[in-house]
Design a protein around this ligand. Structure first.
Ligand code: NAD
Length: 487
């Protein structure tokens, strides 16, 4: 059964469009950034890059093959000695420069991120770019204080040459999360952005060059799974840091078995938000919305399972649907837009497939949102699935889209058991006004990150990462630093 939920009755007026007018220049084609220079790929191949909100062609980027990855690796290996022995405060100065430059050019980076990813400009402007700058600031500060990060007070060394593979949902932020700690600890890097979203990583490469980083310290190779495989299977890397799907992560871990390579795996999730009857309900509704519709739900730690105490479930669902009906869809470049485009046709197909499965499993599908959906591009309405049972496919698998499963519980024990009934263990949230219950539940949740009376809250100083099939290792804070230090 499908129910289109009407817009709130009070919404008789509308916002005037508020489009971002700035358009950064985009080169017609981009090379790989290796040894401090942009160079064409030896593979001779290039890839098309589009705007997912319009399907407009943006540019072409080089598609790295095995020999390109090897060239980038060799440049990083050559640069390692000089970079790791550079005076720590000088390394810090260079990282501070990147942070400052990112802030200076924040508007250009935000627009580029939105053009390439499809996320609302208000998100790239207020979160992706400032958070990325914060990671460089935070880690720049660590460079000359690393001996205080480890027990015993000795000066720790770097792991070595790091191969880093990232996804498309937070393209610049994921690059910052990988590069900033690695560089602060004296490592050198070969980073591969996702095939659909290479543009801000390439612009970041320009920043590294303009900030006078020694050649080879940072190398950016664009490409698809083949380039990712070439990094993961290259025998020279001392560390592989991967963020992406559990399936690909599992393959990388298997492939690295038996090799002396350090690994961090930031994988998929199926986060639960637990809403108790004694919660601040209106704030919890906002948190539920933020938890699943932020970045169109394409968030590893999204609160995609909403577990609500049975006594308030009906009222909570009504409030949630009312709030969802006011989410504005449309041009991501409009500053009023809440829900932008899905990143690719393939991802949209995958999400639509899960909604179809939900219908077949007997869920009630509520598709909400206001605003005109553009004729081109990849669009999915904010969707709530009512009547989902824990055994349903949509309650178990990661959808990675703006789709939330509504479920209920009766007791604290049942809430915890249902939240933990998943192979994933990345994020969870607890909403209750009772602190004793909050701490008790938080302690029992099997997730790397648990937010209390809030959701999706981040800080560069706070470690983030998963357990179970959501991976291992941490990014951010002192724990994240340890992943890039030899010890
Ligand atoms: P994906 O695994 O398909 O791709 C991620 C990256 O790996 C891309 O750069 C891709 O080109 C590369 N890749 C693909 N196949 C490869 C292979 N065989 N060997 C090496 N590299 C390969 O994931 P995606 O669709 O880009 O991203 C979505 C997934 O990422 C979701 O599951 C999401 O939960 C997860 N994610 C996790 C975190 C976290 O911190 N835990 C953060 C963001 C996204």
């Amino acid at each position: 059964m499908s129910t289109a939920t009407p817009s709130p009755k009070t919404a008789k007026w509308d916002y005037a469009p508020a489009p971002e007018s700035f358009r950064p220049e985009i080169n017609a084609d981009h090379g790989l950034y290796i040894d401090g220079k942009f160079v064409p790929a030896k593979s001779g191949r290039t890839m098309n890059v589009i705007n997912p909100a319009t399907e407009e062609h943006l540019t072409r980027v080089a598609e790295a093959g095995k020999s390109d990855v090897d060239r980038a690796y060799k440049a990083a290996r050559k640069a390692l000695r000089g970079w790791s022995r550079m005076k720590a405060s000088e390394r810090g100065k260079l990282l501070f420069r990147v942070a400052r430059k990112l802030q200076e050019r924040a508007r250009e980076f935000s627009v580029l991120e939105t053009l390439n990813n499809g996320k609302p400009i208000k998100e790239s402007r207020d979160a992706d770019i400032p958070e990325s700058a914060k990671h460089f600031f935070y880690h720049a500060g660590w460079c000359d204080k690393l001996r205080y990060a480890v027990a015993g007070g000795h000066q720790p060394g770097p792991v070595g040459v790091c191969g880093q593979i990232i996804p498309w949902n937070f393209p610049l932020m994921m690059a910052a999360w990988k590069l900033a700690p690695a560089l602060a600890c004296g490592n050198t890097c070969v980073l591969k952005p996702a095939e659909t979203t290479p543009l801000t990583a390439l612009r970041l490469a320009e920043l590294f060059r303009d900030c006078d980083f020694p050649p080879g310290v940072v190398n950016i190779v664009t490409g698809g799974p083949e380039a990712g495989k070439a990094i993961a299977q290259h025998e020279g890397f001392d560390k592989i840091a991967f963020t992406g799907s559990t399936e690909v992560g599992r393959g990388i871990v298997k492939g690295c078995a038996g090799r002396p390579v350090r690994l961090t795996m930031e994988l998929g999730g199926k986060g639960a938000q637990l809403i108790f009857a004694d919660a601040a309900i209106d704030q919890a509704v906002e948190s539920a919305v933020l938890g699943i519709f932020y970045n169109q739900g394409q968030v590893c730690c999204a609160g995609s399972r909403l577990l609500v105490e049975e006594s308030i479930a009906e009222m909570f669902q009504a409030k949630l649907l009312h709030r969802m009906a006011s989410l504005r869809m449309g041009d991501p470049m409009d500053k009023n837009t809440d829900v932008g485009a899905i990143n690719s046709a393939a991802q949209l197909k995958r999400i639509a497939g899960y909604v179809k499965i939900a219908r077949n499993e007997g869920a009630v599908v509520h598709e909400c949102g206001v605003g005109e959906i553009p004729k081109k591009g990849f669009w999915c309405k904010p969707t709530a699935l009512g009547g989902v049972q824990p055994a349903h496919v949509v309650a178990r698998e990661e959808i990675f889209g703006p789709v939330v499963c509504l479920m209920t519980f009766r007791t604290v024990d049942e809430a915890v058991a249902r939240a933990n009934d998943t192979p994933f263990g990345l994020s969870a949230g607890v909403w209750t006004e009772k602190s004793a219950k909050m701490f008790d539940v938080a302690r029992r949740l099997r997730a790397g990150v648990v937010w209390c009376n809030g959701f999706n809250l981040f800080d560069a100083a706070s470690p983030f990462g998963g357990m179970k099939e959501s991976g291992f290792g941490r990014e951010g804070g002192r724990h994240g630093l340890m992943e890039y230090l030899a010890h």
